[in-house]
Design a protein. Structure first.
Length: 703
């Protein structure tokens, strides 16, 4: 039996970006394992990716082009040839583009994080076409914008060093489910004597294993961070030398923090004053008086609210106040993606855009409204949508409007997919795409600082093609003759890495694909001597760029759109806050159709506090309906104090067609946007919950 090992990389939207070893026997992938030599992966994969062969060889893989024969949303298709499919797509797109190419919109996100199969050949195609641009905001743009104003880019500490921290604050994340390899390091830090603190409205699996859990109401993290600042300043727990040398705007920040004493913040957050005093005192004492490393692992959950951008700004200021950046094991990480010198211009070729006319930009987070908009001069009605690397009918907010828009008979929809997802059911033409085991790619990361290569392990299944090849063939049919449309995947991968940059010294595509992964050349403590990638080179508490843009130049607390304090009448009708963080066995909507993983998740659940359940006559195990003015969803109640009072938690994101009532949590979320970055406010959502009428015996509440 011919057996070989192929070096690959996990493509999914996770900070860990694991290095993979794929075992191939007689042309078939038989095992996907973590590379034990990669310092980040350490031979360990999450449950999802360890079963990746189940995804590639799934009985429901889409393996031939298809044309819709039923109503939109029914999921009825007939097989057609690639020539038929591409000819029809090209013919329809040409006709629309002749009227106004802005009526065509690409819709994609992080179905793969690869630089080749993501926005390379696809971006070139849509730029040449003159299609509307897509503002890719749905996950991280609020936090990324905040970091850009504060640090100059999405940069932070190296999580390989967190084992030496004496305090690790896990803020707005559940790394056991979504950042496993950071969690193993946090556990090692704990074994070495570190204190672990979780800040999360929900007592997640991670929070349960920390020394202390602080549970603010969703959308109030900014007030908590400002109160921590208040205590640090009040008690003299500051690194004055670091502040003087490496920050801007301390005097103004001090004045802002004075407005947030712990008593006020405790009322806003719904937590005890003692929690704030304890955490701020520990953070400042360890960092300033004992000169010990303190680390914050900030995650994206806390930025999915109205004030999410300013909340990230507030938290991001804390390490510079106490000089935490002096230590390799100190500082903050939200993302490391800004460290990577990626040649996006070479990949995406914005020079192909029509000269003298920049197409409009459509925000992916408000695609429901965009699809239902009748249009206006210069802002044409959307006539065609090309979806790849995304499942918007399941993942975009206010899902009822999204589905209504996708159901338009006058909308021409093309979907590149591996499976018949909720979105694929609305396609006019459905094109089979390869999985990670079947194509070439190159990956950066946002939780570590290694570049990784993905070598194709097996030949494409059936008639599936890489995204790049699909757009190459479309470009030919559109008569796009620029030489870049003939670039191979290997050539594109080589173009991704900026030559001559000190950070990628010794790294080329050839060396990367041979070795599998290579680490960027960076200091172990990147901002020990300042050197932030801002214009000033400093951590900017006060941002002149924000002031010039008409924004508040200082961090502040911005109240949620939907809360008793800001919308009392709405809160009277819908008194429960709802968040929908990732389920452990899913990754956004990926893996929901993998039988073994869905069987472990069981069915959609809604966690509700015993007091809130009792007030509504809800018992553990009952089927319940969560609803607001936007929509509703049904789930099985879990009565548990993991959800704090006033909060319900629906772990997500289920494919709607695999949920009992054909709906998921995004029926309830809104299309309103964050204060910075134009991002969605998934966790800024008020609902009411009621028991459904069904025969279902009560069982004991879970702890």
């Amino acid at each position: 039996m011919a057996s070989r090992i192929v070096r690959a990389a996990c493509p999914h939207d996770c900070p860990d970006t694991c290095a993979l070893l794929v075992t191939v026997e007689d042309g078939r992938a038989t095992k996907v394992s973590g590379d034990p030599d990669h310092p980040g992966t350490q031979g360990v994969l999450c449950t999802k990716v360890a079963r990746y062969t189940e995804r590639t060889y799934h009985r429901d893989r889409l393996l031939t082009p298809m044309r819709r024969v039923g109503r939109k949303g029914e999921g009825k298709f007939e097989p057609i040839s690639w020539d038929e499919a591409l000819d029809e797509v090209a013919t329809r797109l040409k006709a629309i583009a002749a009227r106004d190419p802005q009526a065509i919109v690409p819709y994609s996100y992080a179905g793969t994080m690869g630089l080749v199969q993501g926005e390379s050949m696809a971006a070139r195609f849509f730029h040449k076409l003159g299609a509307s641009l897509l503002d890719r905001t749905i996950c991280a743009s609020a936090g990324a914008t905040a970091l850009r104003y504060t640090y100059g880019a999405s940069v932070g500490m190296d999580m390989e060093n967190v084992v030496d921290a004496k305090l690790v604050i896990i803020w707005g994340g559940n790394p056991i489910a979504s950042n496993l390899h950071f969690w193993t390091r946090a556990q090692e830090a704990k074994r070495r004597g570190a204190t672990l603190v979780a800040i999360d409205p929900y007592r997640s699996l991670t929070a349960e294993k920390c020394h202390r859990h602080i549970a603010p109401m969703p959308g109030t993290d900014g007030a908590l961070a400002l109160a921590i600042m208040h205590v640090l300043i009040r008690d003299g727990l500051l690194d004055h030398d670091y502040i003087a040398r490496h920050t801007l705007g301390f005097d103004a920040l001090r004045e802002r923090a004075q407005a947030y004493p712990p008593v006020r913040a405790a009322q806003i957050c719904g937590i005890a004053v003692e929690d704030i005093e304890w955490l701020a005192g520990l953070y400042g004492t360890l960092a300033v008086r004992e000169r010990q490393p303190v680390a914050i692992r900030l995650n994206y959950g806390m930025q999915r609210v109205h004030g999410g951008g300013q909340a990230v700004r507030a938290v991001a200021c804390l390490p510079s106040l106490v000089g935490a950046w002096r230590h390799p094991a100190g500082g903050l990480q939200l993302s490391t993606s800004g460290f990577f010198p990626i040649n996006e211009r070479a990949l995406q070729r914005p020079d192909l855009l029509p000269r003298g006319r920049l197409p409009r930009t459509v925000n992916m987070s408000t695609i429901g409204d965009a699809l239902l908009d009748a249009g206006s001069p210069g802002n044409p009605r959307l006539e065609a949508l090309v979806v790849y690397n995304s499942n918007p009918v399941a993942v975009a907010p206010e899902s009822g409007k999204v589905a209504e828009g996708f159901a338009r008979e006058d909308l021409f929809t093309v979907v590149l997919e591996q499976f018949r997802t909720d979105t694929a059911d609305y396609a006019d033409i459905l094109l089979p795409a390869t999985t990670q085991l079947e194509h070439v790619d190159v990956h950066k990361a946002y939780g570590h600082t290694y570049l990784l290569a993905n070598n194709a392990a097996i030949e494409p299944m059936g008639q599936a093609l890489p995204n790049t090849e699909i757009f190459r063939r479309l470009a030919q049919r559109m008569a796009f003759n620029d030489p870049c449309f003939a670039d191979s995947d290997e050539q594109i991968a080589a173009q991704a890495i900026i030559p001559g940059d000190a950070r990628t010294q010794g790294i080329t595509w050839e060396s990367l694909k041979a070795q599998g992964w290579q680490k960027l050349s960076l200091p172990s403590a990147p901002f020990a001597q300042g050197g932030f990638p801002t214009d000033s080179g400093k951590c900017e508490f006060y941002s002149e760029a924000m002031r010039s843009a008409g924004l508040d130049p200082l961090p502040d607390y911005v109240a949620p759109y939907e809360a008793a304090s800001s919308a009392p009448e709405l809160a009277d009708r819908y008194p429960l806050a709802m968040i929908s963080p990732p389920a452990r066995n899913f990754l956004n909507s990926t893996f929901v159709n993998i039988d073994s993983l869905r069987a472990t998740e069981g069915e959609p659940h809604l966690d509700i506090h015993p007091d809130d359940a009792a007030a509504r006559g809800i018992v553990n195990g009952a089927r319940v309906r969560a609803f607001n003015d936007r929509g509703s969803m049904q789930a099985r109640a879990r009565v548990t104090d993991r959800a704090r009072r006033g909060l319900v938690v629906g772990l997500s994101i289920w494919w709607k067609k695999l949920a009992p009532d054909g709906k998921n949590a995004n029926e309830l979320t809104s299309q309103r946007l964050t204060d910075l970055g134009r991002a969605p406010v998934f966790y800024d959502c008020l609902v009411e919950v009621e028991a459904c009428h069904e025969a279902n015996p009560a069982v004991a509440a879970v702890s």
